[in-house]
Design a protein around this ligand. Structure first.
Ligand code: MN
Length: 449
């Protein structure tokens, strides 16, 4: 299974919007992507100026589509992910795959890479799933990194100090460059697995394989010592230099603000393989898809951690306004007053980048910001229900944090109602309705009964 079969499935459901007008990779496609950002369909740009290749966007743009890709529903999604993280399984390695239909010398100028925002340093590949292994072969890792196109054969890669960075460091210590495969145009399960916070040593392809019911297939690369997805649309084979660096950025990251310029390693692309009629997958930085892929796995971590300190967690939302990363809204069932604060502390420990968190009761819809605001307005007292933690390590993506030390201030709001007070004081008043008047209201609203 790959992106192709998922797109066919979504096509049948009417979830794909075909754009037949000619559009440019420079700002025009990103502009349209942004217009369709919220709960929008998959966009298939069929006529791309100066290129023969089609561009697909917003593939993992809604939680509903991610659930469809994983063959699950919203209630089971978190459990499904945890299960795959805890018991990854090796995918089959096959001799040949559709990604090998065309094998050619590198020329990145033939790929319709997008230039997204006004002050971005240039075209950036934003959906590449990057595989690498340690020099001794004992550790494999898959992760998503932005890649700035420098010329026909070179990219700059942003290596945040995490797993791929560690493998790169190990290669550097051994005096070698690091071989990588960069798969573009992949099944949503692979995107989600590659964005998951599993420990160093877990191969995210194995996680994706479980999410895809063992249907993931890998192929050996042509010119580098790495595996790639057999059914990817496009694979770039490359070597991350451990000696050559270049200034990377500026570039818009998840919060929708410009990330600063930094010296980052150069990747030399040594070979390119792709399906004959490959589709290039785009992903809008700071768009709903970016927020979902980064945020969703961390919602799972928060859900798990908070579940250990309160009887029940109903829902967790890393909200859009918080860029899917900095703000959490958590609905819980509490047993005692004070449980709300423990829930907040557990959430901050589970997701170190979290900056502001709100805990609410189960009658509040965590996805409805007005609802949450209502809970803060009627159930929260700042002098008693507020936690402020100063000088704590936060996200480097938060523009307001100290940019040198990364230190920030975190705030937790316990907006759950106190247990001792009369319940009615905090209850949301309802108007009783008979079936008849419900039907009448629906009719008047112009909805079908
Ligand atoms: Mn990893």
């Amino acid at each position: 299974m790959g992106l192709r079969s998922f797109l066919e499935q979504m096509e049948a459901k009417g979830e794909v919007l075909h754009v037949k007008d000619e559009v440019s990779t420079r700002f025009e496609i990103p502009f349209i992507m942004k217009k369709f950002d919220n709960e929008g369909p998959i966009l298939l740009f069929e006529k791309v100026k100066r290129y023969k290749t089609r561009v697909v966007a917003n593939v993992c743009g809604t939680q509903k589509r991610i659930c469809a890709a994983l063959n699950t529903d919203q209630n089971e999604l978190y459990k499904r992910l945890i299960e795959a993280w805890r018991s990854p399984q090796k995918p089959k390695i096959v001799e040949d795959g559709s990604v090998k239909e065309t094998v050619e010398k590198p020329d990145l100028s033939k790929i319709p890479v997008l230039t997204h925002f006004e002050k971005d340093a240039g075209p950036y590949i934003t959906s590449a799933v990057i595989y690498a292994k340690s020099i001794d072969g004992s550790v494999e890792n898959v992760s998503v990194h932005r890649l700035q196109v420098l010329d026909k054969k070179h990219l700059a890669i942003r290596l945040v100090p995490r797993h791929l960075f560690k493998l790169w460091q190990m290669a550097k210590d051994a005096g070698k460059d690091l071989d990588v495969s960069m798969s573009i145009g992949v099944h949503p399960a692979v995107m989600l697995a590659a964005s998951s916070p599993v420990p160093f040593g877990v191969n995210e392809f194995d996680v994706a394989n479980v999410l895809m019911d063992n249907s993931l297939r890998l192929v050996k690369c042509e010119r580098v010592d790495a595996y790639a997805l057999a059914e990817a649309e496009l694979v770039l084979e490359g070597k991350i230099s451990t000696t050559k660096e270049v200034v990377e950025g500026t570039f818009v990251d998840i919060t929708g603000t410009y990330d600063v310029e930094r010296k980052q390693p150069i990747v030399e692309v040594v070979s390119i393989t792709h399906r004959e009629d490959y589709v290039y997958q785009a992903l809008l930085p700071s768009g709903a898809e970016h927020r979902l892929l980064m945020g969703l796995p961390h919602e799972v971590l928060i859900w798990e951690a908070v579940s250990k300190v309160v009887p029940k967690v109903y829902a967790v939302n890393l909200s859009d306004g918080g860029s899917g990363w900095l703000h959490a809204i958590i609905s819980i069932e509490k047993q005692l007053d004070g449980d709300g604060k423990n829930a907040l502390l557990a959430a901050f420990a589970a997701h170190p980048s979290l900056k502001h968190a709100v805990v609410v009761d189960s009658d509040i819809d965590v996805y409805n910001v007005s609802d949450v605001e209502w809970a803060i307005a009627t159930r929260f007292q700042a002098s008693k229900d507020l936690i402020v933690i100063e000088n704590v390590r936060g996200s480097t993506l938060d523009s307001s944090a100290d940019q040198e030390t990364g230190l920030t201030t975190k705030m937790g709001i316990d907006a759950t109602r106190p247990l001792a007070k009369p319940r009615e004081k905090f209850e949301r008043a309802k108007i009783p309705a008979s079936k008849r008047v419900e039907r009448l209201a629906r009719k008047l609203l112009g909805l079908r009964t």
